[in-house]
Design a protein around this ligand. Structure first.
Ligand SMILES: C[S@@+](CC[C@H](N)C(=O)[O-])C[C@H]1O[C@@H](n2cnc3c(N)ncnc32)[C@H](O)[C@@H]1O
Length: 278
């Protein structure tokens, strides 16, 4: 790995919901990986994207209801495997889908997904990923032409392929996620996933999907919703996550004004994952 990183080790009191709020706020900056620790979180930003004002105007740091302190560390070369071995427990979604790292024992789950998480979001540990897995598990996606937007580790694209979806495009704006998604797709013997680096501007070729999965964040989803809907076949399904319960009115208004119909939601802690049909 060429990139060096700046790691922030935050101690947060109370840890919940402090960690969750802080991760959401840092995620809107250039921070790209978060590891839960005993007293808070560690958050990592590429040195090339870092500047000394990066924590300015982070609301929770000024909120008197939380006591937050941190130390900063520059990391030239991180052994992410070692980090993840220390921190990555396998995930079990409803007893049907297991997500584990290559160094964990193989399981007999119906869908046994192996993810080398490195720096990409998407190990199933986050509520939003977990709920998107739940949506996919209860759907018949056989032969659905699928887009995984903001694919992270490609975990959702991989599950979609395991459940019979094809072909699948997986797109992420982040170079690390792009490279990691290619690796993870290969590691899980996926044959129908094409990974691209970029954003919604890649969706201007007239391509159409039966299923679009987008676990990103409220603002990006609102910004790119029209593009997603333009790419969705009639009767197609849109799965959305990366936002909170209180964001639903904004997301729902955007979806319904574009002709989509609400189907159902999952909620975990304060995060939600919504399903719409075109
Ligand atoms: C919350 S993570 C979700 C990862 C994975 N799909 C999952 O469910 O675990 C959001 C991902 O979206 C990517 N992303 C952020 N902005 C984006 C954009 N405008 N277009 C595409 N991907 C974007 C980030 O790099 C990140 O990998």
């Amino acid at each position: 790995m060429e990139n060096s990183y700046i790691g922030y080790h935050f101690t947060i009191e109370p840890k919940e919901p402090g960690s969750e709020i802080l991760i959401a706020e840092l995620g809107e900056r250039a921070f790209e990986s978060f590891i839960e620790t005993e007293n808070g979180i560690s958050a990592y930003v590429q040195k090339a994207l870092w500047n000394e004002d990066i924590l300015n105007d982070i609301y929770i740091l000024e909120n008197e209801e939380f006591k937050i302190s941190y130390t900063i560390e520059e990391i030239a070369q991180v052994n992410w495997n070692e980090e993840w071995e220390k921190n990555f427990e396998p995930i079990d979604v409803d007893g049907i889908c297991h997500v584990r790292a290559p160094f964990h024992e193989k399981t007999d789950a119906k869908y046994d997904i192996v993810i080398e998480p490195k720096m990409s979001f998407g190990t199933g540990h986050h509520e939003t990923t977990y709920m998107m897995i739940q949506h996919l598990l209860e759907m018949d996606v056989t032969d659905m032409k699928t887009l995984d937007m903001g694919c992270g580790t490609a975990i959702l694209a991989i599950l979609a392929e395991m459940k019979g979806a094809q072909p699948i495009d997986a797109i992420d704006i982040d170079n690390w996620c792009y490279l990691n998604s290619i690796e993870n797709a290969e590691r899980n013997n996926c044959k129908h996933i094409s990974v691209y680096e970029g954003d919604a501007s890649l969706l201007n070729q007239g391509q159409k999907y039966d299923l679009i999965i987008a676990n990103i964040n409220r603002n990006i989803l609102l910004n790119d919703m029209q593009t997603y809907v333009n790419c969705l076949n009639k009767g197609g399904i849109l799965l959305l996550s990366g936002f909170y319960n209180e964001d639903i009115p904004y997301i729902d208004a955007s979806c319904t004004e574009k002709g989509l119909t609400y189907v159902k939601k999952f909620q975990k802690n304060n995060w939600v994952a919504l399903k719409y049909v075109n």
